[in-house]
Design a binder for this molecule. Structure first.
Ligand SMILES: Cc1cc2nc3c(=O)[nH]c(=O)nc-3n(C[C@H](O)[C@H](O)[C@H](O)COP(=O)(O)OP(=O)(O)OC[C@H]3O[C@@H](n4cnc5c(N)ncnc54)[C@H](O)[C@@H]3O)c2cc1C
Length: 431
């Protein structure tokens, strides 16, 4: 039974991961009353690679998050790629739209930092509050709030359900998207889905200046089995440890039979010795999670509810990156909401809120469609083999690939590589 108080806000944000924190920060900065509900208590862990591309860095800069190294970050210069007997270092491109460095930071610390940043801007952050469902207007069906319950550190109920009301609600609850799912907004089965696992190791190379990726993940015996459509990563964290993991992608949401922990153990058995990834140096268990890709849930706006980040399947099918897109979605959602709430009429508000989906799809829809084609190609082990063997030694091709896969290209102008990717993303429809 729902009992309890009414806590009015202009906007309720469900989930204080990077997406929710960004939405809350930007809404609060625009002068809105924000209630940010988070079921966990910070600091909390999130299974992730902890790597931020220049695209994500640009979003942090927009939020005014301090990103100097003395603020607890480690910078990286680009990507070191290993595969097919090749090893090359690809610096992040020099562009006007993005910085030419990436960052890394463990999510236990990153997410707390971002949530505190949102709080600093005026958002009311309420931890240990698990959102259990939507409150809908009986007449119109519009989402006008949420029900939530206090929970303890283990996630167990710790009090009575409460209703919180607001004219707009943002679902930023991550891949489980409990609120959206409860409203019948199921994930699309025809969108790519990734699975990834990771752990942490102590390593003498904890301050390596490159994000390292290993393109050869063998499904069985190295050289004699199939190449998996994915990659392994080593992201140095500068604190004595590195985040080490691997992920693979499938063009549909159908479950695969791959045992990722076994795959990880096989990769570690062959990992370069200089990293010292020994059992004694492993400081965390291998944990895994799903990566929802290519806008696998929608609509992004309808009936008072906006979906953002993993809850909307915004992870890139090209590289498994989701933080940059969550931060972007939070910013664009906040803009649409602040414009909408200033309109004064319901029709005006809805027109402004509808721009959220349009802007996200205009920016990423074509690119994600290309990403889906990419996934269906690399699902063929022969294609993966050809790419690693013949693609890696070609510097010009790799420059193109780095910009394409990391979504770091000049959207307007730039060199021929930028213009080709931007042109392709524009002509390919969001489907
Ligand atoms: C192994 C792995 C490696 C990855 N590596 C990278 C990487 O290196 N770089 C990158 O950019 N991306 C990476 N990703 C993807 C990235 O982790 C996600 O895209 C990103 O976390 C999405 O942020 P989010 O805020 O949308 O969701 P989340 O980070 O999942 O945050 C959701 C928040 O909502 C809260 N919540 C959930 N349900 C409720 C509820 N009912 N009530 C209240 N609160 C709730 C959760 O506790 C959580 O704090 C990786 C993913 C995996 C699985």
């Amino acid at each position: 039974m729902v009992v309890g108080t009414r806590d009015d806000a202009d906007v309720i944000v469900v989930g204080a991961g990077p997406t929710g924190a960004s939405a809350a920060y930007h809404c609060a900065s625009a002068g809105l009353d924000v209630l940010l509900l988070e079921k966990a208590q910070f600091p909390r862990d999130k299974v992730c690679g902890d790597g931020l591309t220049p695209r994500a860095v640009a979003e942090l800069v927009r939020m005014g998050v301090p990103i100097r190294e003395q603020d607890g970050w480690i910078r990286n210069r680009g990507l070191r790629v290993l595969g097919g007997g090749h090893r090359l270092e690809l610096p992040w491109p020099e562009l006007s739209s993005y910085p030419s460095f990436g960052l890394a930071r463990a999510r236990t610390s990153l997410d707390q930092l971002l949530a505190e940043h949102a709080r600093g801007a005026g958002a009311k952050l309420q931890e240990r509050t698990s959102v259990t469902g939507a409150v809908r207007d009986e007449r119109t069906g519009r989402v006008v709030g949420v029900t939530a319950r206090p929970v303890d550190a283990a996630g167990r109920r710790a009090g009575e359900d409460t209703v919180y009301r607001a004219p707009v609600v943002i679902e930023a609850g991550g891949v489980s998207a409990r609120l959206a799912t409860g409203l019948g907004l199921a994930k699309r089965e025809d969108r790519p889905m990734g699975v990834a696992v990771r752990t942490y190791f102590r390593t003498p190379r904890h301050d390596d200046a490159w994000m390292e990726s290993h393109l050869e993940l063998w499904s069985g015996e190295p050289g004699r089995s199939d190449l998996m459509p994915g990659y392994g990563w080593i992201f140095a964290l500068g604190d004595g440890t590195a985040n080490v993991g691997l992920g693979a992608v499938s063009s549909t949401a159908a479950a695969t039979k791959v045992d990722y922990k076994e795959l990880f153990a096989a990769w570690m058995a062959n990992a370069p010795a200089e990293w010292e990834f020994t059992p004694e140096n492993q400081v965390a268990p291998v944990r895994g999670a799903a990566l929802p890709m290519g806008f696998n849930r929608g609509p992004l706006y309808g009936n008072g509810l906006l979906l953002a980040g993993d809850a909307a399947g915004m992870v890139s099918p090209f590289n498994g990156e989701g933080i940059a897109y969550g931060l972007q979605a939070g910013r664009v959602a906040a803009d649409a909401i602040s414009q909408g709430l200033a309109r004064g009429t319901a029709a005006g508000r809805e027109r402004a809120l509808a721009t959220y989906q349009r802007r996200m799809k205009d920016d990423l829809g074509g690119y994600y469609t290309l990403g889906r084609v990419f996934v269906t190609l690399i699902e063929h082990p022969q294609v993966m083999r050809l790419c690693t063997r013949y693609g890696l030694p070609r510097p010009l091709l790799m420059k193109f690939v780095l910009k394409l896969l990391s979504d770091c290209y000049e959207p307007h102008g730039g060199d021929w590589v930028d213009r080709t990717i931007a042109g392709l993303s524009r002509i390919v429809p969001d489907a």
